[in-house]
Design a protein around this ligand. Structure first.
Ligand SMILES: C[S@@+](CC[C@H](N)C(=O)[O-])C[C@H]1O[C@@H](n2cnc3c(N)ncnc32)[C@H](O)[C@@H]1O
Length: 416
């Protein structure tokens, strides 16, 4: 069954989620000194606030609104304070939560922080460095944060003597460099009276993360460790393999249901299927790849878990599956960088979309991640794709987009 090409609909801009800035389009340069041509950049975003119960969840840029959706669904009493983006580096959802316990169960988060200090209205001049140093020395809530960190990351070290490191992000035009901001914080922390602090980048007990976006400044303590970002199941890593939090976000966008038959036709190391399994019940997981080494990695990562699951060696343009046999397709398409080429994708993508439309049931949804945004726009214009939602994201610094395409929006073969 080959879908016909319908007549071309007018090109439409991808819909934008109200109130959400697409990460890839935010202006600033990171950490460049620009003395001599500085204007104060007052943030127009609603102010945030720090506090005993204020947390930040960090994602790849563009996924922060979804991360908040997950928090709202899983963490009782959570209240959103706002979103912030560090272009190409991080998306952040800042929120209040009465208890930190559930934060370690979040799948769409890469990291969780406690927000100790927040100021806005800082001038982009060197005088602000002194204000920041003073805020660091007097910041409250550190003990609460260390307590929360112990709950979320059992085994993290406490005590009187603590080794620390500082991670800084600087967005916008400032008279000082990111490294100068970092040094200012590193100098201020040992001036706190609460612990004996020693700077130790390699073996830090406590990580202070400092983010300055235009005139806003935040000091946070990291509550999670690398296990949240990389997950313990991921023993086989392969080039092009997705960050688990991104795979979870794709699964979240598919609207998980317990009768789902979920297909990842190009499953690589299996991350999308595994993360979908963690989001909730399903009827069946199906995965395949054209490379045997990829399937071996997926089998290693999956082990005996996530049943019922079937993995097969196949070509995704000719799936050995009946028409209308799956309810969700969730996949990371080849970007033409580590897998294939842009030229090959021009031939591959239309064939993939036709095949996905064939196996997807009416009422089903496909969620597709790719950096081939120009090609996707052309296919959209040609009617091969009708996304209900497009998220502009950035993955490890590379701009990409996620397309959420309900099956019912794609014309049936023979339908006018
Ligand atoms: C961008 S990667 C997806 C990686 C996967 N989501 C993960 O996290 O490991 C694309 C995958 O598509 C596979 N692939 C490329 N062309 C294919 C085709 N025609 N049929 C099936 N798999 C294909 C590649 O082998 C690769 O594993």
């Amino acid at each position: 069954m080959t879908p016909r090409r319908p007549s071309r609909p007018p090109a439409r801009r991808p819909p934008r989620k109200p109130g959400h800035e697409p990460a890839a389009r935010v202006r600033p340069r990171v950490g460049e000194p620009t003395a001599g041509r500085l204007r104060p950049q007052r943030s127009e975003r609603p102010a945030l606030r720090a506090g005993r119960d204020v947390y930040i969840v960090q994602t790849q840029p563009g996924f922060e609104t979804l991360a908040w959706e997950e928090i709202a669904a899983r963490v009782e009493g959570a209240q959103l304070l706002g979103f912030r983006t560090v272009p190409r580096r991080a998306g952040m959802a800042v929120f209040l939560a009465p208890r930190p316990d559930k934060l370690s169960t979040l799948r769409l988060a890469e990291d969780v922080f406690a927000l100790l200090c927040y100021r806005r209205g800082l001038a982009p001049t060197r005088a602000s460095l002194e204000k920041i140093e003073s805020s660091v020395r007097t910041a409250l809530y550190l003990e609460n944060a260390l307590h929360a960190r112990n709950k979320l990351t059992p085994g993290s070290r406490g005590g009187r003597r603590l080794r620390f490191k500082v991670v800084t992000r600087l967005v916008g035009e400032h008279e000082f460099l990111r490294t100068e901001l970092k040094r200012a914080i590193e100098t201020a922390i040992p001036g706190r009276g609460d612990h004996t602090w020693r700077l130790d980048e390699a073996a830090a007990d406590v990580e202070f993360w400092v983010t300055m976006i235009d005139d806003e400044w935040m000091l946070a303590v990291r509550l999670s460790d690398d296990r949240m970002r990389h997950r313990e199941y991921k023993t086989a890593h392969l080039p092009g393999s997705l960050r688990p939090s991104v795979a979870a976000a794709l699964g979240w966008l598919s609207g998980p249901r317990e009768d789902d038959v979920v297909l990842d036709p190009m499953c690589g190391a299996g991350t999308v299927l595994i993360e979908r399994a963690h989001l909730g019940r399903y009827a069946m997981l199906l995965g395949g790849d054209s490379e045997r080494t990829m399937l071996d990695a997926a089998r290693e990562n999956i082990g005996p878990r996530y049943q019922p699951i079937e993995l097969r060696l196949w070509d995704a343009v000719a799936l050995p599956l009946p028409d209308s046999s799956v309810t969700k397709i969730v996949t990371n398409l080849p970007w033409g960088v580590k897998h294939g080429s842009h030229a090959a994708n021009r031939r591959l993508y239309p064939r993939l979309l036709a095949e996905f439309a064939r196996v997807l049931k009416k009422g089903g949804v496909m969620v597709l991640l790719t950096a081939e945004t120009r090609l996707m726009r052309e296919l959209w214009r040609d009617g091969m794709l009708k996304p209900a939602r497009v998220l502009q994201v950035s993955i490890l610094g590379a701009p990409a987009a996620v397309y959420v395409c309900p099956r019912d929006a794609i014309p049936e073969t023979g339908e006018d």
